[in-house]
Design a protein around this ligand. Structure first.
Ligand SMILES: Cc1ncc(C[n+]2csc(CCOP(=O)(O)OP(=O)(O)O)c2C)c(N)n1
Ligand SMILES: [Mg+2]
Length: 581
């Protein structure tokens, strides 16, 4: 029998890069955040073809630095829940995204990172063969190793005939809980391979769903409800449940029904800060007293070196990622762990508790709600007290600055809080009522807030996107790249630099480890940065509105001018000289 496949001659025939672009569209990639190189010639040419023929393809956002591209995908995913494409140049471009992939992975944000690979043919055997110096030096043995610790999946496309299947697989993995980065590498010769249209199968979205977080075992729910019925001092600590509206509503409803004090521990704001059960951003005082604790979608609920829970307390851990398989060490207590969608699981718990609630439980709950209110009032008074001190010329108090900014924001506006040692001031002074509107990085790679604000602005053009960073964070964020994208793609963001002339966090960490050490005696913390810089000029170079503010008295008007500019469509930068280290 003749098994050879005769290719039809009357079926349209396209390069793999053509199907790649079509496949990206089919998996819901609206944007490609790109930093191009020689590896992308086949893609760039097919982009032109598709445009000429009026065929759909993702919109291209060219980012001068890959750090901007990776974090724009983070911001877009934060707002929409959908991973987009980041297309970078072989090993070197991939290396420049490593900081971003770390942050996306630790924040459980989906992204499809793509890079070329050096061509494998040298003698012009195939279209796309090596034709320049870098093709001979840009092929490491293990390109993916540059970002592998932060990936859920990686592959080198072996042939164009499976390009859409590979994209669908990448999509299913990045969008399945817990979400995160995936990485596809492609050689030029693969991208130039031609295939007939009928040889490329479609993998339709409705047939290839991602895996969502589920509910919990009813037996565990019943046991936890019994614990809560008897609890005297229950608390709940959450980091990222507020990413979903459902998670946020479920926490607030349960907390109010059962008199549970709610604390936030990084990443985002989860329930309205106006909720009668919201108590603050550190549970340090409450943890040693709690008899029943709920850890809900949280990575670091407290620092064990600072506080320890009661030995006989009961902890239930409800999380989209209870195992934290990306972390070699993770030893927070969980007498019971339920992996799934925290909104659904907490709804189950609420229903069970409602059915079982006794008059004694209801009485205990209302007594607890009074105690929670007292703790809330104390915290709010403390915040007001901190903001009342405006600071001095050249040393604006960050609490005061943040409190002034709060007056100018709408509920839906978004803050990307990379304030480092001033991040707590931003949290305390800008109470939010809409969940997921003040976001920090799940990771520790500085330089994320500018790109993330740009990506969020792209996804939500009617909301203000505010980047708040330190002077250190400003440098890390490749600000020239950020402001270039802001200008070119008309993405007006507000950047506030809280400049204390260096890395205060580095100084503080040295003092924590060596409170009476040599660095302290000599007052040398290796943390000071250039004192006479004018960051406003960086913004101005790219057409942004920019000003510098040193005198606390000028802060309200300066902020108002910046916000007005941004709402009017122009990026703005405020360089604020805040309390020194
Ligand atoms: C990419 C990266 N490099 C280095 C660090 C280590 N680091 C943590 S905080 C910090 C200082 C940041 O300075 P700044 O943004 O000015 O904030 P401040 O500490 O002054 O509040 C540094 C260098 C990091 N987290 N990420
Ligand atoms: Mg600083």
């Amino acid at each position: 029998m003749d098994t050879s496949i005769a290719r039809k001659t009357n079926v349209p025939d396209f390069a793999t890069a053509y199907y790649l672009l079509e496949g990206l569209n089919e998996i819901g990639v609206d944007y490609l955040f790109c930093n191009f190189g020689t590896d992308h010639a086949p893609i760039i040419d097919e982009m032109a073809h598709r445009r000429k023929r009026g065929e759909p393809m993702p919109r291209v956002v060219r980012c001068p630095h890959e750090n901007t591209a990776a974090h724009m995908a983070a911001g877009y995913a934060l707002v929409t829940g959908r991973g987009q494409g980041v297309l970078v140049h072989v090993d070197v471009g991939t290396a420049n995204t490593a900081n971003g992939m770390h942050n996306l992975f630790r924040s459980r944000l989906p992204v499809l990172l793509m890079a070329g690979k050096a061509p494998y043919t040298v003698n012009d055997e195939l279209v796309g063969s090596r034709d320049t110096y870098v093709h001979f030096v840009q092929e490491p043995f293990d390109q993916a190793s540059l970002v592998r610790p932060y990936l859920k999946w990686e592959w080198t496309l072996p042939s164009g005939v499976v390009v859409k299947e590979a994209l669908r697989r990448a999509h299913s993995i990045m969008q399945s809980e817990p979400r995160g980065p995936v990485y596809l590498m492609m050689q030029r010769e693969t991208l130039t391979q031609h295939w007939n249209a009928d040889e490329i199968r479609r993998y339709a979205a409705d047939q290839f769903a991602a895996t969502s977080g589920g509910g919990a075992d009813p037996q565990l729910i019943a046991a936890l409800a019994d614990r809560l019925l008897r609890a005297e001092n229950p608390i709940l600590i959450t980091g990222y449940a507020g990413r979903s509206e459902h998670g946020s509503r479920a926490i607030d409803a349960l907390a109010q029904f059962a008199g549970i004090a709610v604390y936030e521990a990084n990443v985002t704001n989860n329930i309205s800060h106006d909720s009668p059960c919201f108590v603050g951003f550190t549970a340090d005082e409450a943890v040693p007293e709690a008899d029943v604790g709920l850890l809900v979608d949280v990575d670091v609920p407290w620092f064990p070196s600072d506080v320890q829970p009661k030995p006989d307390a009961f902890w239930a851990h409800i999380d989209v990622d209870t195992l934290k398989p990306g972390s070699p060490m993770w030893t927070f207590p969980g007498n019971m762990r339920m992996q799934g969608d925290s909104g659904r699981i907490l709804d189950q718990l609420f229903e069970e508790l409602k059915a079982k609630a006794t008059p004694r439980f209801k009485e205990a709950t209302s007594a607890r709600l009074k105690r929670i209110k007292a703790a809330r009032d104390k915290r709010i008074a403390r915040a007001a007290q901190l903001a009342a001190d405006k600071g001095n010329p050249g040393a604006i108090n960050p609490h005061y600055l943040a409190a002034e900014l709060a007056k100018l924001l709408d509920d839906e506006d978004m803050i990307f809080n990379e304030g480092v040692t001033n991040a707590p001031a931003v949290l305390m002074q800008i109470p939010r009522c809409v969940p997921n509107t003040t976001v920090r990085a799940g990771g520790g790679g500085l330089g994320w807030s500018g790109g993330t604000a740009l990506g969020a602005k792209l996804a939500a053009p009617n909301r203000l996107a505010v980047q708040i960073c330190g002077d250190g964070g400003f440098y890390f964020g490749n600000p020239t790249s950020v402001f270039a994208v802001a200008q070119q793609y008309k993405l007006p963001i507000l950047t506030i630099v809280m400049d204390n002339t260096g890395w205060k966090a580095v100084k503080e960490s040295t003092l924590r480890v060596f409170p009476q050490g040599e660095a302290k005696s000599a007052n040398t913390f290796e943390a000071n940065l250039a004192p006479n810089v004018h960051f406003a000029k960086v913004g101005e170079a790219f057409g942004a509105y920019a000003e510098e503010v040193s005198d606390p008295a000028d802060v309200p008007a300066a902020l108002a001018r910046c916000v007005k500019e941004v709402r009017g469509g122009r990026a703005a930068l405020l360089h604020a000289r805040v309390t020194q280290m």
